[in-house]
Design a protein around this ligand. Structure first.
Ligand code: TYM
Length: 490
């Protein structure tokens, strides 16, 4: 038991209030929703104690688990301009630890959201990771006499568990797309806590030179790949980006809070202009803003994408914060959902697997012979040495072994490398077979789907309808907050 928890107990005893400590399982994670599931109670019975930093110093904010802080309202109440989460170091100076702040027992100003007082019991932290305390918040008010305020919005239950992602229609899907993105799509689709939206981003596809005669076919092919990989329109909304024009409208509104310089300095923009120096367009500059709109029009909290997309998610979070601060909106701080294949290297031994680098990729539609031929070209060495290479062709091959066979298999090869040596011929043969075993059922399903035009059409049409319904709600909310609603219903 921590000293702080002892102190909390003493304060509650001295005040003579009723309370109950509950021990949590040793292996429990820190998330409030996990704790509330353990207690068998709705998340609205949780009270979070959050330490925030302002230009006037630290404050503790107490709010219900089902609500989100409205930065604008809280800043007004506190009379401050700046508000951010306190870091570990700042908290430790007050004897506190992130994630397990108790409701009493420290010398910091406390601000309690009034929604807490709608409950007659709440579960909250104790200063010890493994205990929760249940008490009546009205008793707490008598002890700490907090500043009471109205500074949260109820979380939109429907949107808080939303997931969105997309892939450009620049060619056939390769193993990078599959391992870095689609496998994450599948994992989240099959988790009932999430509502999943997956699209083909045709509007992002046209930000670099493309052939308008084949675009439709390429877009359709990705939808077919999604279905073949196991995305299920009964569980996920599958759609084409341009069929949901709300994305574009929101992107325009977002562009009012984004500076040109910020976009010009993004590494992804710099890479693209190197590749297409003659086509540096406004659409290319605007690429990350449209991506932020794709995500935030659904208020998606999680985005399964490869690590190369992190700079775009950073922009998305910045836009969300600016819109929340400026217009009192409640966009989430979107996080990336990372998979073990978040960075699939190029078969050539340098850089990542990419559609734009010939020889770097294996497509989902490749047959066993093609996979073997592509692996055969991957550069290797003598198969023996003092230490296992961390870069280049050998490192790539071992990464593939890990991703398609197992970590154990990789460890075995690593042992061989520093011992009797690796025979790459056999290694590549087994690896090709392992890759093909994963792709074969996808290819078979794809063949079936190619014959079923009507079904694919229906998926695309119904997906757009469902997506538009969700997207238009956010767009209307934003327009209203920005003063662009001229009549009640627009
Ligand atoms: P795109 O089409 O370049 O790539 C699609 C997805 O595949 C992942 N990926 C990789 N992952 C691991 N290793 C690799 N070698 C590899 N190559 C590609 C990418 O990280 C991505 O997840 N900007 C996005 C499309 C987009 C989007 C969105 C994504 C537009 N709006 C909203 C998510 C949410 C892109 O260019 O993907």
């Amino acid at each position: 038991m921590s000293d702080l928890m002892d102190k909390v107990k003493n304060i509650l005893d001295e005040a003579g209030v009723k309370y109950e400590f509950t021990k949590l399982p040793d292996d429990i994670t820190m998330e409030i929703d996990v704790h509330m599931k353990f207690h068998g109670k709705d998340i609205k019975f949780a009270m979070a104690n959050i330490v925030l930093k302002t230009e006037k110093g630290l404050v503790v904010v107490q709010k219900r688990g089902d609500s989100q802080i409205d930065n604008k309202k809280l800043k007004k109440l506190l009379g401050v301009q700046r508000l951010s989460l306190a870091n570990r170091e700042e908290m430790e100076k007050h004897g506190l630890t992130p994630g397990i702040v108790p409701p009493v027992g420290y010398d910091l100003p406390i601000y309690m959201d009034k929604k807490v007082l709608e409950m007659d019991e709440i579960y909250t932290g104790t200063g010890d990771r493994l205990y929760t305390v249940k008490l009546n918040p009205h008793d707490l008010v008598k002890i700490t006499n907090p500043n009471l305020g109205d500074f949260t919005n109820l979380s939109d239950k429907q949107s808080s568990g939303r997931v969105l992602s997309g892939i450009r229609a620049t060619g056939r899907l390769h193993l990078g797309n599959y391992l870095g993105a689609v496998k994450g799509f599948l994992e989240l689709q099959d988790n009932s806590d999430y509502q999943t939206f997956y699209m083909v981003v045709d509007l992002h596809t046209i930000t670099t030179p493309y052939d308008e005669k084949v675009l439709k076919e390429s877009v359709r092919n990705i939808i077919i790949d999604y279905l073949a990989c196991g995305l299920d329109p009964k569980k996920s909304t599958l759609f084409v980006q341009s069929m949901v024009p709300e994305h574009i409208e929101l992107a325009y509104l977002f562009s009012t809070v984004v500076s040109i310089a910020r976009m010009q300095h993004l590494p992804t923009f710099k890479e693209k202009i190197k590749m297409h120096p003659g086509d540096v367009t406004m659409a290319l500059l605007n690429y990350p803003v449209l991506m932020a709109a794709d995500i935030l029009v659904y208020k998606a909290g999680l985005v399964p994408v490869g690590v190369d997309q992190e700079p775009h998610l950073e922009v998305t979070r910045e836009i969300a914060r600016k819109m929340n601060d400026k217009y009192g909106l409640n966009f989430p701080e979107t996080e990336r959902f990372a998979m073990p294949g978040e960075y699939v290297p190029s078969l050539l031994g340098e850089g990542k697997m990419s559609k734009s680098v010939e020889g770097s990729y294996i497509n989902l539609t490749d047959d066993l012979e093609t996979i073997k031929a592509k692996l055969a070209k991957a550069p290797t060495d003598s198969g023996k040495g003092g230490s296992v290479p961390e870069k280049g062709g050998v490192a790539v091959i071992l990464k593939f072994v890990e991703l398609f066979q197992s970590k154990e298999k990789r460890a075995e090869y690593e042992k061989n490398y520093v011992g009797e040596g690796i025979r790459y011929g056999q290694l590549k043969e087994e690896l090709a077979q392992a890759i093909f075993n994963e792709l074969k059922p996808i290819q078979e399903k794809r063949k079936e789907l190619e014959q079923n035009k009507e079904y694919v059409d229906q998926v695309i049409k119904e997906g757009a309808e469902k997506a538009r319904k969700a997207a238009s709600e956010t767009l209307n909310e934003v327009k209203k907050a920005m003063g662009l609603n001229y009549f009640e219903n627009n």
